[in-house]
Design a protein around this ligand. Structure first.
Ligand code: MN
Length: 396
């Protein structure tokens, strides 16, 4: 596929992340109430008056998602007709003048661990062993996270307080990011009714960039035996636009060869990963870049695994992929890996060094799929770290 032209001239720039090929869904405001919109070039089309009557009244995309895949395709076709070259010009809002909000109400949030290089690196850093955990090649590892602290890009994040070790309490000293993709579940399933990988793929509405902010010291003290808890619960940032699965269809790639055959309920017939170039930035400096094809399990496999015991999925569920890292250090998707847990601090252009995030640092994830003369962009997933809100007197 090549660039599809729009009457919105900025959308025809090959470096715009938002050509007619993309049409991602967000929620924006310009002083008044939050409204649903679609990004086109450097502008936003307010979708009020389009689609089924009243479907966007809540100011998020949940009700629309609940209509299901046929309605998703019909609306995409409607938008295409409205925005294609030659269609009637309509009023638009400049992205530069809009404030972005959460594009959907997150029903529940589950975070997985499907980045093989990341899992191997963490094993070596934390346990001194290069191998993967014994279960890793058999099962998509995950934990049930918190939907309540998922925030949209641009939201400031306060450094969390917590237990850093036995009797030690205070602001996190090893604050980190995790470069991930987030899959947005647009169709639910019933309790006790597992879904196949193919059905899971159809249930996925789209994807966002996801930063699973992580307090490594809090996590390291608390995670045995039940896994991540407070070290992950304080904040998760997502990019503001849901890039639909339809926009990414041409960028599907197979999951990697299997070291160990997967059980039949996890096998997938269709390629379930996407060729999405990803990068991590501190301020204006790029720290690393990798690709979403580095994942071992697809979102559809993760969803199928999530449902196999009978756990129902809800419209608006968010599935984090797990940290995405490539084999070379310049492809690592967390500071824990980039600084090797502080053993090898990395240098910034300013001459400063970093092992973990300092107050005032702004971390940004970027991502796009590169087509022939066009890009499917996600919009930045950014957040600035502020000091802990308060440290109690007894901990000072
Ligand atoms: Mn994570």
């Amino acid at each position: 596929m090549s660039l599809l032209k729009s009457w919105v001239t900025s959308a025809n720039d090959p470096e715009s992340g938002f050509p007619l090929n993309n049409l991602p869904y967000g929620v924006f405001s310009t002083g008044g109430a939050a409204r649903c919109g679609v990004a086109i070039g450097d502008m936003i089309l307010d979708v009020a008056g389009l689609g089924p009557a009243g479907i966007f009244d809540a100011g998020n995309w949940n009700a629309f998602m609940a209509l299901g895949p046929k309605a998703w395709a019909a609306f995409r076709a409607e938008l295409f007709d409205v925005l294609k070259e030659g269609a009637a010009v309509r009023p638009l809002v400049a992205q530069a003048e809009a404030t972005m909000h959460m594009p959907f109400a997150v029903a529940e949030y589950t975070d997985f661990y499907a980045g093989r290089q990341h899992a191997e690196n963490m094993g070596e850093i934390l346990r001194g062993t290069k191998g993967l955990p014994a279960n890793w090649l058999h099962i998509p590892i995950g934990y049930n996270g918190r939907a309540s602290s998922v925030v949209v890009s641009g939201t400031d994040i306060h450094r969390p307080l917590g237990q850093l070790g036995a009797g030690r309490f205070g602001p996190c000293e090893k604050l980190d990011i995790e470069l991930e993709m987030g899959a947005v579940v647009g169709a639910g399933s019933r309790i006790g009714q597992p879904v196949s990988v193919a059905e899971a793929d159809e249930m996925i509405f789209g994807f966002v960039l996801l930063n699973d902010w992580s307090a490594r010291d809090i996590q390291g003290w608390e995670y045995q035996p039940l896994g991540p808890f407070q070290g992950k619960a304080f904040a998760t940032s997502i990019s503001p636009w849901i890039v639909t699965k339809a926009a990414l269809e041409d960028f599907r790639k197979p999951t990697p060869p299997r070291d160990v055959p997967l059980l039949p309920y996890l096998s997938e017939e269709q390629s379930g990963l996407y060729d999405i170039e990803l990068s991590v930035h501190m301020g204006s400096e790029k720290l690393s870049c990798t690709n979403a094809t580095r994942l071992y399990y697809s979102a559809a496999q993760q969803l199928a695994h999530h449902s196999i015991g009978g756990c129902p999925m809800r419209v608006g569920d968010l599935l984090g992929s797990g940290t995405i890292s490539g084999p070379a250090p310049e492809e690592f998707g967390s500071l824990m890996e980039l600084s090797w847990n502080g053993e090898k601090p990395f240098s910034l252009a300013s001459g400063e060094t970093r092992s973990f995030i300092e107050d005032g640092d702004t971390l940004t994830l970027k991502g796009h799929a590169q087509g022939d003369g066009f890009r499917i962009g996600f919009g930045d997933c950014t957040g600035t770290i502020l000091p802990a809100i308060h440290t109690p007197d007894w901990a000072k």
